[in-house]
Design a protein around this ligand. Structure first.
Ligand code: WT7
Length: 682
């Protein structure tokens, strides 16, 4: 589907599978489900907006109740539960002490199967969060509203750190541990953090990764932009053993275990935060420029993830819930930390990778801890199916519900998930949403609606999606025509803005379909998600993929411009274009086409430098599958690079009519080059 700009879009290589048969919700699941009221869609009908979100706010404990559910007087800067005061750390920890302090809040599962699993009770979490909060406040001097960058791998200390920040009203900005020092530095500078929290290292698939190195580099890179990191706080992967090869920097670095003893037994009164104060920042990629930070609120966000965990994940305090995402992404924030802990459930933090030491690992974990809700991505499912298609059958476990998120799931992959992993006993929810949204936008309600492989489903209770064509006309259900999916109404989990850049917030998400920029009526401000989608006659949405210059690799968002700028830093590179290509496991992988400056000749070495630069600037997740060094890039007569044509070449599809390009002959040259190489490989 073209977005009118003539540019590439991931949805052009989207899956166009047939409409599938329905699968009814499993009766045992329905019998115990949280949400079985068939009137739910009436309760959440648009005419009851915004009052129906009362139900979400009511799931939390408030110091002061709100006066107004939604203040929409300054669109599109929505403010939820205005007048209310609460604390996220209190809601995720303290409020469970009276009834279940001995219950496991977090399981930490180390990478190695020989290292014991750690079970952290709510009481223990309370103690750790308070002591660390006391240190951050009294040892470091952090105050409400300060920003802190957290560059940690999947350790329980990451959740402790977030909750300690939340307790103080300190805004955390967690950077995915696999991101590069440069990516970390960019986020430190943009958020204005003077404190970086990191670890000495971690284990990944049996290998020790020295992580402290990145902190040193990130501080240097930030200094290069006149930004000083005052303190680097280091959690040790193995308490009491500093294992990094990179020594502490005098006056700047502190090993947390060396100082935390001083704060033993301290308790920190949670700050009474206004509902619309910022809880955290989460950076994500967009079409242009550097990644931007979605700014999430305390009251709206927490009520939304709590409600989604309860209604869509069917989470109960007695459940053992495993979300395999990384906490460094929004999925982990919402569905490893805030949602499950707010409901008082047991949530798993797994250090390792799904198929280490073999593809039976997840099912052994499920068996051992009696996990009954599993949350993962199509990429992980494809990987586990490829590495061990019969593996799940060897273990005794029972999932009542399974989640898929991050990319469209092929019906065939869905069926393996359902039949083999779920043993036909589990409900599945395919949840569509984004970093900016806080929680789900489309999904079936698991006990009420049948599942349809490959379709996310209708809007979740409270969310009213619509598809518009490029001219702003509504695309009706059942036409088989795609369009741009938008949300008609604001919702509490939505970001409050882009940190430090209100104009970019309006331009990216609201300008496209705003009916009247002067209007104060929320109905005139639909949210533009940036995805292509199709609406079937049953009201189910099928997500086709990004329509902007964003590609979704293994469920992680990358801006093509970010990869291209990294390639352009290599001397000799004249122009670069990134395209999305199909991949058997990761769904989509980037390939990059590079043209060289006059007099520079192509070499393997140059191709390697392009890859190195991308990995250094962004991280290994952005590594292109292939660098094509080409004589020139196909362009329109006005000089615009035709990424769509390149994507067709890479995906071995028809390139269409290219005669109107400025240099049509180059397309054939590139096609021959790509084909020759592909044939050589197969
Ligand atoms: C993009 C958001 C928040 C979830 C993790 C990714 C794609 C997400 C689905 C789904 C098809 C999906 C969209 C979206 N996406 N979930 N269930 N089916 N596509 O968060 O990094 O902000 O990426 O992921 O393209 O725009 P993100």
């Amino acid at each position: 589907m073209a977005d009118g700009s003539g540019e590439v879009s991931a949805s052009e290589i989207a899956v166009h599978w047939q409409e599938e048969e329905y699968y009814p919700p499993p009766p045992d699941f329905v019998a115990q489900a949280n949400l079985t009221d068939p009137k739910v869609s009436e309760r959440f009908a648009l005419e009851n907006f915004p009052d129906y979100y009362h139900e979400f706010g009511d799931l939390l404990d408030w110091y002061k109740p709100w006066d107004t559910v939604l203040d929409s007087t300054n669109p599109p800067f929505w403010r939820w539960f205005v007048g209310g005061e609460l604390n996220a750390s209190y809601n995720c920890v303290d409020r469970h002490l009276a009834g279940s302090k001995n219950k496991t809040a977090l399981y930490f599962i180390p990478d190695s199967e020989d290292e014991p699993i750690e079970a952290i009770t709510y009481q223990e979490l309370y103690v750790r969060v308070n002591e660390f909060a006391a240190y951050l406040r009294d040892g470091i001097g952090l105050r409400r509203g300060d920003r802190v960058t957290v560059h940690l791998p999947m350790l329980a200390e990451l959740a402790v750190t977030m909750l300690a920040c939340a307790r103080l009203g300190v805004i955390h900005s967690v950077v995915f541990g696999g991101f590069s020092a440069q990516a970390c530095a960019d986020r430190i500078v943009d958020s204005g953090s003077s404190v970086l929290i990191t670890s000495d290292g971690y284990w990944r698939a049996g290998k020790w990764i020295d992580h402290k190195e990145k902190a040193d580099q990130a501080c240097d890179l930030a200094a290069g932009e006149d930004h000083r990191v005052e303190k680097v706080l280091i959690w040790e992967r193995h308490r009491g053993q500093y294992r990094s090869e990179h020594p502490l920097v005098e006056g700047r670095d502190v090993v947390i275990d060396d100082v935390i003893g001083e704060f033993r037994g301290q308790r920190v009164e949670p700050e009474h935060m206004r509902a619309d104060e910022t809880l955290f920042l989460m950076y994500t990629s967009g079409s242009t420029g550097k990644p931007k930070a979605a700014q999430h609120s305390t009251g709206g966000y927490l009520s939304y993830v709590t409600a989604m965990s309860k209604l869509i994940l069917d989470l109960k305090p007695t459940d053992v819930y495993w979300c395999m995402a990384d906490i460094g992404w929004i999925t982990g924030h919402s569905f490893i930390v805030y949602g499950p802990l707010s409901l008082g459930a047991s949530s798993i933090i797994y250090e390792g990778v799904p198929n280490h030491p073999d593809a039976g690992r997840p099912w052994r974990i499920a068996e051992r801890l009696d996990v009954n809700i599993l949350h993962t991505s199509p990429t992980a499912i494809r990987l586990l199916r490829k590495d061990g298609p019969e593996e799940p059958k060897k273990y005794k476990y029972h999932f009542k519900l399974m989640v898929t998120v991050g990319e469209p799931i092929e019906p065939d992959v869905w069926r393996w998930y359902y039949n083999v992993v779920g043993q036909q006993e589990s409900a599945i929810v395919d949840t569509w949403w984004q970093t900016e949204n806080g929680g789900f936008l489309c999904s079936t309600v698991p006990a009420l609606l049948p599942m349809k492989p490959g379709s996310a489903g209708p809007g979740v209770p409270g969310i009213h999606p619509v598809i518009y064509d490029n001219e702003g006309n509504e695309v009706p259900a059942g036409t088989g025509k795609g369009g741009n999916i938008c949300i008609r109404n604001p919702w509490p989990g939505s970001m409050m803005g882009i940190w430090g850049n209100p104009d970019r917030y309006v331009a990216t998400y609201y300008a496209r379909y705003c009916k009247d920029r002067e209007s104060k009526d929320w109905r005139d401000w639909p949210y533009f998600a940036g995805d292509g989608a199709m609406l079937a006659s049953d009201g189910y949405f099928r997500i086709l993929g990004r329509i902007d210059d964003v590609i979704n690799v293994a469920g992680h968002r990358l801006g093509t411009k970010e990869l291209e700028s990294a390639a352009l830093m290599v001397p000799g590179v004249a122009e670069a274009a990134v395209v999305a290509t199909r991949d058997e496991i990761k769904g989509i992988m980037p390939e990059i086409f590079v043209s060289l400056a006059p007099g520079v000749s192509p070499s393997e070495e140059l191709g390697r430098r392009v890859i190195d630069s991308i990995v250094r600037e962004i991280g290994p997740i952005a590594r292109p599958r292939k660098v094509w060094l080409v004589p020139d890039l196909p362009k329109t007569r006005s000089g615009k690079i035709m990424r769509r044509v390149l994507a067709s070449v890479s995906n071995r599809e028809d390139v269409g009519d290219v005669t109107s390009l400025a240099n049509p002959e180059i397309v054939e040259q590139i096609r021959e080059m790509v084909q020759a190489e592909r044939l050589g490989h197969t």
